[in-house]
Design a binder for this molecule. Sequence first.
Ligand SMILES: NC(=O)c1ccc[n+]([C@@H]2O[C@H](COP(=O)([O-])OP(=O)(O)OC[C@H]3O[C@@H](n4cnc5c(N)ncnc54)[C@H](O)[C@@H]3O)[C@@H](O)[C@H]2O)c1
Length: 354
Amino acid sequence: MDKIKVAVIGCGTIANSAHIPAYMKNPQAEIKYFCDIDLQKAEKAVAHYGCGTAIADYRELLKDPEIEAVSICTPNLGHASIAIDCLRAGKNVLCEKPAARTYAEALEMQKAQHETGKVLNIGVVNRFNTGVNIIKKMIENGDLGEVYHVYVSFRSQRSIPGLGGAFTTKAIAGGGALIDWGVHFLDIVMYCTGDPRPKTVSGQAYSKLGRDMKNYAYLDMWAGPPNYDGVYDVDDFVTGMIRTEGPSITLNGAWAQNIGVNEMYIDFLGDKAGIRLQYGADFKLYSAQNGALLETTPKFNMGNMFENEIDAFLSCIRTGEKLPSHIDTVILSSQIIQAIYDSSESGTEIRLNP
Ligand SMILES: NC(=O)c1ccc[n+]([C@@H]2O[C@H](COP(=O)([O-])OP(=O)(O)OC[C@H]3O[C@@H](n4cnc5c(N)ncnc54)[C@H](O)[C@@H]3O)[C@@H](O)[C@H]2O)c1
């Protein structure tokens, strides 16, 4: 069968650490274009991976009928407009998370997917994580009994990315800790508990520690050095409470907090057993039997979730299978995130899907 010709739009961190290596490893795929508005980055990719053509404007690749698959790895600002243009040009799309800056934009993307019938998957990569899938199966099998609540904590002491850059500028990113980190955590909860429809959402988001940029103390800064002339107008702490048709969910997230702990976990509370998933790692199962409390750490091969994600994307283009990362599913967490921000702004609880 002919190889699937691929274009990667945005040749920055996630493209080079995950998407491109996964395409290079898949014998079904051939990367034909590396696209970046910073042409040097696209040229560097061509030289490094030894294939493809470097371009600066993604509209060029839209005209190439050979291109079947596109990865969108740009900052969030570009997700909706580029995905919609690609879909309307007949391309299948894997767009990095979050789907978009706002729920309204995500709905526009979903509409374009429905109208074109092309694939639109979102990079909610944990849906391709082995451990997460084991937890999902355990919950489905009833191993935890009724999962009545899920508690989520994604908190770091000082981990604001690229202060003053794309990640901390609302007009580009759409938000901060919640939309950037929270999206992964919320997505895992939704996936494992069967993507329950949200009913009510209450939340509060704060932009505190990064605001005085010059006096923000930190040890490391991922996503680039600070740009003190840039913008900082996103949340660095968020708290939320969501009622769904399934379990209730509470979350606390911080890119930065004046507390010296870094913790990234999800607690699934069932009436028979509970699970603590350490984000990106393994999980512990807690239960009771014969009057004794049990604690188990299941062992399994983690694999590479990004490779699984890209392999599944390429394969679904041929088979037509609807993946769990399809926009139709991910739209729910996009709705929840928007509702947390809306609740924070209005100071009220938001009622969804009445
Ligand atoms: N799935 C994950 O775990 C994960 C991890 C990191 C980042 N991400 C997501 O990936 C996206 C990119 O993040 P990153 O850390 O790689 O950022 P980055 O800044 O390292 O890379 C983004 C690249 O896109 C380019 N770009 C910007 N606008 C463009 C356009 N219109 N056309 C072509 N290129 C354009 C930039 O020049 C840059 O090289 C973000 O949406 C982020 O949320 C996901």
